[in-house]
Design a binder for this molecule. Structure first.
Ligand SMILES: Cc1ncc(COP(=O)(O)O)c(C=O)c1O
Ligand SMILES: N[C@@H](CCCC[NH3+])C(=O)O
Length: 439
């Protein structure tokens, strides 16, 4: 069993995270509970800074993709670690601003930002808008004009590289809701248009080739495609990009068989590809931006559940059901994602049986893990599911009117609440009974 970050097993045979006994965390905060390992979050941020920001030949900026997990405390950690921030909605932007995040280091993504969201970002004075399409470009130009300012933008380009976990493929990728494709000529057209708009300051380009990518070669290939396009823009339009944002997507280990490279190897490959590629094309070096989400926060999150029903179907399967499921982690149901886990209160005991972990939601598809080897399991055991930091809380929902769990940040034996557990009262706080139903 692979342990992550500061995890260890104490003398009582229980899993600890950040020096906190998981049984103690459960007693204090209840379950389901997201536990975030502050040390590991910071280590990952530092690994990214070392990999992308400390090469004197090339200027780099690492921005955290807050869609993976965002709270005010998380925004504080990201700011303390010197990273910028990628937000993709008014809600993520609001959270960052509420936490006091430097607006100049915020990049605003999204394929359908509303006028209100754009207004909010302009008023806050954010650093960059990552503009997806012509509609948005014109809308932003108009709104910036009304304020008498110029909006600094990157244009989202679809490079025609699609990365999968273990491979990449070259596609025309004309049919994508994101960005403007190079292959259709639309990318060239939108750059041309942006250069002519009076309230738009085109700083560079952005692309993103997918998520949970293991294959570093797909990044090397993407750099080549983007640099070819930059060379084309220079020769056809005389435009030189200041910034090249290569998106996020670097994969992590979830379960056996996953083999991600290190953040350092990823950084080295990207930096070297950009340096060599610019030299080959005689292009000035752009400022390099990457926007990882999952690889910063994913392994730093663990979900603790209490085991309830244990149901053996002789000769078929044993189900253990936990007090959460697809509401706090929709990824297995959505993507057939795999996770590893252990019984946190029996962490030193050998596996004796194979069980499948079911959630509590009213869906047959609400299964968290199929075929997990565990010690003998009984109601009241604590199940720790690993690497749930990314796209778990951020995609959590209230299906079946189940309140969303609390989250704690652990470090050096101290546990601090960073998200309060939702109450039943929270669940009905926005419900309105019309007068005519009150009779
Ligand atoms: C535009 C963009 N940037 C960054 C990310 C972060 O990706 P990841 O969490 O895989 O690093 C995503 C999500 O896939 C994205 O769509
Ligand atoms: N939400 C997805 C990744 C998509 C990221 C956003 N572009 C996941 O959980 O893996």
């Amino acid at each position: 069993m692979r342990l992550h970050g500061t995890m260890s097993i104490n003398a009582e045979g229980r899993l600890t995270i950040g020096g906190c006994d998981t049984a103690g965390l459960v007693a204090e905060f209840g379950t389901p509970l997201y536990v975030f390992d502050e040390e590991l979050i910071r280590q990952n941020c530092r690994a990214y800074r070392a990999a992308f920001m400390q090469d004197e030949r090339i200027q780099g900026e690492v921005i955290y993709a807050s869609k993976a997990f965002m709270t005010k405390a998380m925004a504080r950690i990201i700011q303390e670690e010197g990273l910028g921030l990628d937000v993709v909605s008014g809600g993520e932007l609001y959270t960052a601003l509420e936490a006091g995040f430097d607006p100049a280091r915020i990049y605003f993504h999204g394929n359908n930002k509303s006028p209100a969201e754009l207004e909010m970002a302009l008023a806050a004075g954010i650093g960059y808008f990552v503009v997806d399409n012509f509609t948005e470009l014109h809308l932003l130009n108009g709104l910036a004009g009304e304020r008498g300012v110029k909006a600094s933008i990157l244009l989202r380009i679809t490079p025609g590289v699609e990365a999968h976990t273990h491979e990449y493929i070259q596609t025309g990728q004309i049919d994508s809701k994101f960005g403007s494709a190079i292959s259709t000529g639309q990318a060239l057209a939108i750059v041309e248009e942006a250069l002519q708009l009076p309230h738009i300051d085109l700083k560079g380009l952005h692309c993103h080739i997918g998520s949970q990518i293991f294959e570093l070669e797909s990044y090397r290939y993407t750099v080549q495609v983007m640099l070819d396009f930059l060379a084309e823009l220079r020769s056809r339009l005389g435009f030189t990009a200041e910034i090249l944002n290569l998106g996020g997507g670097f994969g992590i280990y979830y379960a056996e068989g996953d083999e991600p490279a290190s953040i350092a190897a990823y950084g080295q490959l990207v930096r070297e590809s950009v340096l060599a590629g610019c030299e080959e094309r005689d292009l000035p070096l752009p400022r390099l931006v990457v926007e990882p989400g999952r690889s910063i926060i994913g392994p730093a999150g663990t979900t603790l559940y209490t085991v309830g029903s244990v149901k053996e179907i002789p000769g078929v399967r044993t189900y253990i059901a936990v007090d959460g499921g697809m509401g706090d982690n929709p990824r297995p149901a959505l993507y057939q994602s795999r996770y590893s886990a252990l019984l946190a209160n029996k962490a030193d005991q050998p596996a004796e049986i194979v069980v499948s972990v079911a959630g509590k939601y009213c869906e047959s598809g609400d299964m968290l893990i199929w075929d997990l080897a565990v010690p003998r399991t009984e109601p009241g055991d604590i199940l720790a599911v690993f690497c749930t930091g990314a796209y778990n809380y951020s995609m959590a929902m209230n299906y079946n009117r189940v309140p969303r769990p609390a989250a704690v940040l652990v470090k050096d034996g101290q546990a601090d609440l960073i998200i309060r557990r939702e109450s039943y009262a929270d669940l009905v706080q926005n419900d309105v009974i019309p007068e005519r139903l009150k009779k």
